[in-house]
Design a protein around this ligand. Structure first.
Ligand code: FAD
Length: 672
């Protein structure tokens, strides 16, 4: 019989949408041998997701490409609400800021998914030195986990058979705008010139042939109809709704005054419309289609849906304002289903992420964001375990941390869809209608949720349990199985909630006086970070506390010395950063113990590790201790995980608990 090539790889990623690309990005940044395959012959070029939350921008910044998105995108500053008056005519009834003021250094933006995927591809290429490439036109056909090997870290327990498709197979039948939809309403073959080089990068020589890959880990990011999920026999739980929504990406010609604002428009009798202003004069309209309803089997006849039907619905809702277009970039329609996967992994060897484990309506602009956040949570864990740096037990935190978020998302979407789809109440007695006051409240609350910034992962082997020092007992959060033994003192840094992302305030570099947002220093390198809030280093007794802490940290038995070293780019799994609160001009870098600004015989001192919470010439700095809720005299110690979530907070004297934190998650070697 034909010879089938076999090979080993540390990580195999199935699917190169936002979730798969984020996973590949981590592997590139951490230097893990990885393959990523996608059955389609091309990436997407327009349409689909277009909203980026502020948390996604923080993540992009940590990876190195937020600036590209920020420059190209449309910035969403204000939301306007339009509702019918007693005469039935729509009027602007409210304005709220799109991003909650002060919550983040970024605001929400819109830019289509194809550009986001482009930024990822470029970043992966750069950081992997061109070793990780999306292999397109590759379809998995078989997956098996050898359970006898799953506990053996050196083994490759997952076997996947891949088939390299022929060109025709990899390019699904699609048609141009305006014609009938054939395969999946979600794809279009309209292309942008700059994406053309991306077409079908697959190895033609192997077209139609098979190969066998043995992987340590497989990450299934293959979308809502996930083959990986079905192969594992896992299900999505939840339901389809009867709501059918149309989406139209157009350059509108209109007299509606708020077309460049994000708008929620409820008409008296003709349904509701969401306006999402976009890049390049584009505007996306989301419209509930009342004329098309699902049949008895719950399925709608897609062939009845055309751009004209969607436009006509928009015209009725916007009346007396007029709307039309000459240019349509993309359009689609979909039926909302709200479902969550029952399991996010099999044997902590095969993981599912993104739409493969949660589906919901796109209106809240969550799908792409939450999907990327899934693999932003998972990627570094898999990378550090594959490199022998972290304990395999941390992998269970992926499901415990992300499944709850998926559930919250579905609950949120459920409530939000109902409010959005409902008819406005005529008056307080109109129980069948939706109260616009309630809608506004939900919108404001929804905005907080949609920022992605209120995620709190709760205690685990990566997030310490907080103790309530005043009572000497643990706080009300219930300990989870496998939680770390290290207790944390939340009161020392009230502005850095344990389990939430490390908030950002501006600090000043001690050595060159340049201001930075501190989060800019928490790059996605795969490193844990110990942030030493050194307090008032000019006070001799405080200086002694800092020196004692540094001595413990530098001792031969400390986790800092015994954690597994790895090859570049992840030479050292722990980085130490310092923020002190003395006056910059009265302090010198050399006042700080060496471990806080390490010396390298080739390159000298590290000038990028010690920062100060003090005034600066050109920017509004000097509020970091206050913002983080840290005592300016005494400081504290904070651990940030590689994904910027706060894992532990303690006093400078709590080194033993800090040591326990790292014993719980890293592979430490006993020192002779
Ligand atoms: P996908 O993007 O679906 O990627 C899956 C990939 O896997 C695809 O490239 C596919 O080709 C590949 N694949 C599938 N099966 C296989 C297989 N068997 N083998 C190999 N490869 C396979 N989200 C937002 O955040 N904001 C929005 O405004 C928004 N608007 C949306 C509007 C529309 C009309 C739609 C349809 C979606 C919208 N979304 C939005 C949702 C968003 O597009 C998805 O949530 C997001 O793309 C999910 O990312 P993913 O990587 O999990 O899956």
């Amino acid at each position: 019989s034909e010879h089938v090539p076999e090979s080993n790889v540390d990580v195999l990623i199935i699917g190169a949408g936002p979730a798969g690309l984020m996973a590949a990005c981590w592997m590139a940044h951490c230097g893990v041998t990885t393959r990523i395959v996608d059955k389609r012959g091309t990436k997407i070029f327009c349409g689909q997701a277009d909203g980026l939350q502020c948390r996604s921008l923080e993540i992009f910044d940590s990876l190195g490409f937020a600036d590209r998105a920020w420059k190209e995108a449309n910035h969403m500053i204000e939301i306007c609400m339009w509702n019918p008056g007693t005469d039935g005519i729509i009027r602007r009834s409210d304005r709220i800021p799109d991003t909650i003021v002060g919550i983040c250094r970024f605001q929400q933006i819109t830019l289509h998914q194809g550009r986001i995927e482009r930024f990822f591809l470029d970043n992966i290429k750069k950081y992997s030195k061109d070793t990780i490439k999306v292999e397109r036109g590759v379809l998995p056909e078989f997956l098996e986990i050898d359970e006898s090997k799953v506990k053996d870290q050196s083994s490759y327990p997952v076997t996947v058979k891949l088939r390299h498709l022929t060109d025709e197979e990899a390019t699904p039948q699609q048609q141009i705008n305006g014609s009938k939809i054939s395969d999946g309403l979600f794809r279009s073959n309209l292309m942008h010139a700059d994406d053309e080089d991306d077409l079908i990068q697959k190895s033609k020589s192997r077209a139609g042939t098979g190969e066998i890959v043995h992987a340590k880990y497989v990450i299934g990011c293959d979308g809502a109809r996930s083959w990986t999920r079905r192969t594992l026999g896992f299900e999505l739980q939840g339901e389809a709704t009867d709501f059918i929504w149309g989406v139209l990406d157009i350059i509108p010609i209109t007299d509606f005054p708020d077309i460049r604002m994000r708008c929620a428009i409820h008409s008296a009798e003709n349904g509701s419309l969401m306006v999402i202003p976009r890049e390049n004069k584009l505007v996306r309209l989301y419209i509930q289609l009342t004329e098309v309803t699902p049949d008895a089997s719950g399925r709608a006849d897609r062939s009845k849906i055309t751009p004209d039907i969607i436009l006509n619905a928009a015209k009725k809702i916007l009346s007396p304002y007029k709307i039309d277009y000459e240019y349509c970039d993309w359009w689609t329609a979909y039926q909302i289903g709200q479902r969550v996967g029952t399991q996010f992994d099999a044997h902590e060897r095969v993981f599912l992420a993104g739409d493969a484990v949660h589906t919901h309506s796109p209106k809240a602009g969550q799908g792409m964001n939450v999907s990327m956040h899934d693999t932003y949570n998972l990627g570094w864990k898999v990378a550090l375990v594959a490199k022998g740096i972290a304990k395999p037990s941390i992998l269970s935190t992926y499901q415990s941390e992300r499944r709850r978020i998926a559930q919250d998302l579905i609950d949120f979407d459920h409530r939000f869809s109902r409010l959005f789809s409902g008819r406005p109440a005529k008056d307080v007695m109109d129980a069948a209608g939706v109260s616009m006051e309630e809608f506004k409240k939900a919108f404001v609350k929804g905005n907080l949720f949609a920022s992605g910034l209120i995620v709190n992962y709760g205690p685990s082997s990566l997030v310490s349990q907080a103790v309530d020092e005043s009572k000497g007992v643990m706080s009300d959060t219930t300990p989870t199985i496998g939680s770390t033994n290290a207790f944390a003192k939340q009161s020392l840094a009230k502005g850095l909630p344990i389990g939430m992302r490390f908030n950002s305030f501006k600090v000043v570099n001690q050595s060159d006086a340049r201001p930075w947002h501190f989060q800019e220093k928490l790059k996605s390198t795969g490193q844990f970070r110990i942030v030493v809030f050194a307090g008032n280093i000019l006070n001799p007794s405080q200086k002694k506390r800092v020196e004692d802490f540094c001595e413990a940290l530098g001792a031969p038995n400390s986790f800092y010395r015994t954690s597994a070293t790895s090859s570049p780019p992840l030479d050292n799994p722990i980085e130490v950063l310092t923020i002190h609160s003395a006056k910059r001009v009265e302090t010198n870098l050399m006042d700080f113990p060496e471990i806080l600004h390490p010396y390298n015989s080739h390159t000298g001192w590290d000038y990028d590790k010690v920062f100060v919470d003090d005034v600066s010439y050109h920017e509004d700095t000097g509020k970091a201790y206050e913002g983080y809720g840290v005592d300016k005299e005494r400081g504290c110690i904070v651990v940030a995980r590689p994904d910027q979530y706060v894992g532990w907070v303690g006093d400078l004297e709590d080194f033993n608990d800090l040591q326990k934190y790292f014993e719980g998650c890293l592979m430490l070697s006993p020192r002779a």
